[in-house]
Design a binder for this molecule. Sequence first.
Ligand code: FEO
Length: 364
Amino acid sequence: IYSVGVTDSEVRIFHGYQTPVGTTYNAFLVVDDQITLIDTVKAKFSQQLLANIKEIIGDKKVDNLICNHVEPDHSGAVPDVVGAYPDIKIFGTANCFKEIAIIYPNTNFANFAVVKALDTLSIGANTFVFYPMPMVHWPDSMATYLQTEKILFSNDAFGQHIGTGVKFDTEMTLDPLYERASDYYANIVLPFGNQVKKIISQVGVLPIEIICPSHGVILTKYIPQIVGWYLDWADNKVDEAKGVIVFDTMWGTTEKMAYVLQKEYLEKGIDMEVISLSHFHYSHAMTRLLTAKYIFVGSPTLNNNMLPSVSAFLTYMKGLKPKNRVALAFGSYGWSGESPMQINDILASCGFEMLPPYKSIWNI
Ligand code: FEO
C-alpha cells in the first residue's frame, strides 16, 4: 500500500478558508492481483500523481479507481487518470456517478460501478468494503475500509490541512494535530454533526489500526483522540467558560468596546478571546468558536450598515451552523447606529440565546 498523493505547501486559501501551512491531497495505491488507486489529487498535480504511480508499478496498468469524493481536490486528476488507463474501472456512490459525469463531461465513465453500503471489492488477497457517508461533507462522500490491513480510507473525515511534509501522526505531538483537525472540522464539517455521528457508529465497530484521510497526516497513534474530538464537535459540546469576541473597527471605539466586554466577562471567570477581523481571517475566528460557549460580534455603523468584514464573518458562520451558543451584538456609531441590531438579528437567526445589544455613541 503506497501513498501516491501530493503535498501542496503553497496553498493559503482553500475554497474560502485559510490554510496557514498548506495541505496535502492524499491518494493511495494498493498493489495486489489487481492494482487499485484510492482517490486522486487536484487537477494541476495530475502529472505528479501519474509519475508517483509509475514509479511504483512501472508500465503495469491501474485496474480500479475508488472515488470516495467528487470535490475537485480529490477528483481533479480523474480525467488524466482515465486517459492514462482507459480500461480503469471506477467505483463510487450513485451521487458520485451523477456528479462526476457532469463535472468532467469529456471523460469516459462507461466503466463506472455504483456501490452501496457494505458492497465489497476483492482485488486478490485484499478486500475493500464501502461505507457511503452522505454529507460528510458532500452527497457523494464515501469511506472505504480495507479489511485485511484494517485501514479506513476516510476521505475528508478526520482530515487536517497539514502541508509541511509530515506523513504520520507519530511524527507530531497532540496539540498541533488538534489545532489542524479542529480548524478543519470548524470550517468544513461542522454543519454535519448528525452525519458524522452516523458514520462513526457504522465504522466504529470495525477493527481499525490506521486511518488514511484525504488531507494531512495518516493516523495511527491518535485515533482514539481524534474520534473523541469528532464526537464532541458533532454534539456541539462547548466550554462554558470560554468565548470569542469578533469585531472590526473604524476609529477604535468598537475595539474599545470589545475589550470592555472582555474585562467584564473575565471578571465572571469566562475567558473571552478578542479577534480583530482587520488582523485575522474570518475562518480563524470560526475555528476559535468551535468549542466556545459565547460569541460576541461587533461593528461600527458605516453608511447605515455593519462593516463588510463583519458581514462576511456572519454569513460564513451562519452557514456553518454552530449551535448551543450565547450571543451578543455590539458596536459604536455617530448618528444612525444600525449595525448592532443588524448583527443582533443575524445572531438571533442562528438560534443562539441572545444577550441585550451593547451600543455606544462616538466614544466610551
Ligand atoms: Fe477535500 Fe471535500 O474535499
